[in-house]
Ligand binder design. Structure first.
Ligand SMILES: [Zn+2]
Length: 330
C-alpha cells in the first residue's frame, strides 16, 4: 500500500506540473522539462509570461488540478466505503486525497516561487502594471513565508517533534533560498532580454581565411595575437569559427597539410544577428555547445561574442545596479 501510494502520489505531482506546462505551452511559452523532487515539482519555463493574466492562469492551474485529483481520490474513497471495498483501496485512496489537498494548499501559500506566490505576483502585476515590482513583492513574501516555516519548525523541534520540526525547517530554508534565487533569475533574465548582441559584441574581430594552413594559423595568428578563437571567412563571407581547441586535436605534423576549413566549427548554428537579444545569444551558445557566436549582418561578419563577454557584461551591469541603489536613485 505504501509503495502504491508513493507511486500514485508521484503521478499526481507529475499531473500538477503537466497542467502548468500545458497551459504555458498554450500561451506560447516553451517548457524545457519537468523536475520532480522530494516535496514537489517544477516545470522549467524558458520565458516569462507576457501579461498578468497568462501568469495567473499558468500558476493557478497547478493547485486547481491537485484539488481536482484530491476530489477524485475522495470520491473513490467514499464510493469504496459505501460499496464495502477492501480497506487497502479505500485507505490508500483516502490518504492520496488528503495528500493532494495538502499539496494544493501548500502550493497556494502566497510566496514566490510557489504557485500561490505566482498568483500573488500576477495580482500585484495586474494592479500596479509593474512586473518587476510584483516579482520583488512576491519574492519578499516567499522569503518571509520561508522564515515563518523555519520558526514554526524550531518551535516544534523544541516541543519534542524532532523529525517534523527538522522537516519544516528544511522546507522553510529551501523556500526562502528559492525565493531569492527566483528573484535574481528574473532580474538577470530581464536584463538579458533588454539588451542586443550589438551592444556587447567585440566589433570587427580579426578573421582568418578558410584556406589558411593550420601551421600559418598557429604561427601568424594564435602566437601573434592573444585570441583563443578566430572567425573564419571565405572571401568576406563568414563561414565558421576556429579555436585553439580545434588545432590541439590535430597532430602537429599534420598542421602544414590541413586547412582551417577542415577543422573549424561551421557558422550555421553559431550565428546571431546584431539585433538578437543577449538571452538569444546565450540560447544559441547552449544549443550549439559553443562558447562563442558570430554576429552577422547581410552576410558580413560584424562581431564576435564569447561566453566570458556575456559574463563580464552581466557583472558590470550588476555592479552598476548596486551603485545606483547605493546612490539612492534606483
Ligand atoms: Zn505548481
Amino acid at each position: 500500500m505504501g509503495t502504491l501510494a508513493a507511486l500514485l502520489f508521484f503521478a499526481s505531482l507529475l499531473a500538477h506540473e503537466l497542467a502548468h506546462s500545458l497551459v504555458a505551452r498554450a500561451k506560447g511559452i516553451p517548457v524545457e522539462g519537468i523536475t520532480l523532487f522530494i516535496f514537489g515539482g517544477m516545470a522549467r519555463m524558458r520565458l516569462e509570461a507576457e501579461d498578468a493574466r497568462d501568469e495567473f492562469q499558468i500558476a493557478a492551474v497547478g493547485p486547481a488540478s491537485s484539488l481536482a485529483i484530491a476530489g477524485l481520490f475522495a470520491l473513490v474513497w467514499r464510493l469504496g466505503l459505501v460499496a464495502g471495498w477492501h480497506p487497502a483501496v479505500t485507505v490508500t485512496a483516502g490518504y492520496l486525497g488528503f495528500l493532494n489537498a495538502l499539496l494544493a494548499v501548500f502550493n497556494l501559500m502566497p510566496g514566490f516561487p510557489l504557485d500561490g506566490g505566482r498568483v500573488f505576483r500576477a495580482l500585484v502585476w495586474r494592479i500596479t502594471g509593474d512586473p518587476a515590482k510584483a516579482t520583488r513583492w512576491a519574492a519578499a513574501a516567499g522569503r518571509w513565508f520561508g522564515y515563518l516555516l523555519m520558526a514554526f519548525g524550531a518551535l516544534q523541534l523544541f516541543g519534542g517533534a524532532v523529525l517534523g520540526g527538522m522537516w519544516l525547517i528544511f522546507i522553510g530554508w529551501f523556500l526562502q533560498n528559492a525565493a531569492g534565487m527566483s528573484l535574481r533569475q528574473y532580474l538577470v533574465r530581464n536584463l538579458l532580454e533588454g539588451v542586443g548582441a550589438r551592444e556587447i559584441m567585440t566589433a570587427d574581430p580579426d578573421a582568418v581565411p578558410d584556406d589558411l594552413p593550420l601551421q600559418e594559423l598557429v604561427d601568424d595568428h594564435f602566437l601573434q595575437m592573444r585570441h583563443h578563437a578566430f572567425p573564419v571567412v571565405a572571401q568576406v563571407r563568414p563561414v565558421g569559427l576556429v579555436t585553439l581547441q580545434h588545432v590541439k586535436q590535430v597532430p602537429r605534423h599534420e598542421w602544414p597539410g590541413k586547412r582551417v576549413r577542415d577543422v573549424m566549427t561551421k557558422a550555421e548554428g553559431i550565428t546571431v544577428s546584431p539585433w538578437d537579444s543577449v538571452s538569444r545569444v546565450m540560447e544559441v551558445m547552449q544549443e550549439a555547445g559553443e562558447r562563442r557566436v558570430l554576429v552577422v549582418r547581410d552576410d558580413r561578419l560584424v562581431g564576435l561574442i564569447s561566453a566570458s563577454d556575456v559574463a563580464a557584461w552581466l557583472q558590470h551591469e550588476e555592479e552598476l545596479a548596486a551603485l545606483r541603489t547605493a546612490a539612492g536613485s534606483g
